[in-house]
Ligand binder design. Structure first.
Ligand code: NDP
Length: 246
């Protein structure tokens, strides 16, 4: 597999879960990869070591997506260490569950900062570095379009916001062949939403295919969109959700 040979990718939140799987998959396809993390320095180091063992370049960058000043530094560090940037995957995200009146103002602001503002600022910082035919791939959620129960309004709002950003950026960047898309995972077995967690069975029952996705399922679709095969797809929403919204 070398569909991404010579490409340089930055994956936010690449220390665990879906982001780590995306970083591994892009590297397996031939890309050099920078990942960011906030708290999980050891896990990030392990992902980097795994990728380096396959012969690809990999670096871990500490960058808190909640910090509006971190985006430019993060992108600069990735560009400096990889020698440029062709693929940005905005994956880092947090899930704050609670009815609106129960959530703290700080929690709401943090959700907006990590799930929305950081994606805007990382894209803004990356654009001047992206050459023709680059890729921006945002990680949304099946909850961006359908909210099956209470306590998810703020999270759903943040992911729905990314749809507008994705479509607008597809228009802004299309003239040089750069594509911008959003992948909407359904329930995916990670620390955020373990397949053995308290709410898992209820989610599983709503999935047409009857089971959680794996981080690798999401990574496969990201790798496809990042590759030359995805060249004519932009401004698109790709559901990788086992049919939960079917
Ligand atoms: P996890 O909680 O398992 O992992 C989150 C990753 O994001 C970690 O690498 C974490 O790094 C990083 N991260 C979190 N906050 C920050 C921050 N402030 N700054 C930098 N990095 C941060 O989540 P998932 O892998 O499940 O989720 C990945 C994406 O997929 C998210 O955007 C999520 O909303 C979305 N998604 C997930 C679904 C699921 O069922 N799992 C379903 C639909 C969407 P660290 O450990 O270093 O803090």
């Amino acid at each position: 597999m070398s569909k991404l040979q010579g490409k340089r990718a930055l994956v936010t939140g690449g220390s665990r879960g879906i982001g780590a799987a995306i970083a591994r998959r892009l590297a397996a396809e031939g890309a050099d990869v920078a990942i960011t993390y906030q708290r999980s320095a050891e896990a990030a180091k392990r992902v980097v070591e795994e990728i380096r063992a396959t012969g690809r370049r990999a670096v871990a960058i500490a960058a808190d997506s909640a910090d509006s000043r971190a985006a430019e530094d993060m992108v600069s560090a990735a560009v400096a260490q990889l020698g440029g940037l062709d693929i940005l995957v905005n994956n880092a995200g947090i899930l704050e569950v609670g009815r609106l009146e129960e959530l703290s103002v700080e929690g709401i602001e943090r959700s907006l900062a990590v799930n929305v503002r950081a994606v805007v600022l990382a894209s803004r910082a990356a654009i001047p570095h992206l050459g023709p035919k680059s890729r921006i791939i945002n990680i949304g959620s099946c909850l961006a379009s359908q909210v099956p129960g209470p306590g998810l309004a703020v999270y759903a709002m943040t992911k729905a916001a990314l749809v507008g950003l994705t479509k607008g950026l597809a228009r802004d960047l299309g003239s040089n062949g750069t594509t911008v898309n959003i992948v909407h995972p359904g329930p995916t077995d990670t620390d955020m939403n373990p397949a053995t967690g308290a709410g898992a069975e209820g989610q599983r029952q709503r999935i047409a295919l009857g089971q959680y996705g794996s981080p690798e399922d999401i990574a496969a679709s990201v790798a496809f969109l990042a590759s030359e095969d995805g060249r004519h797809i932009t401004g698109a929403e790709l559901a990788v959700d086992g049919g939960i919204n079917a």
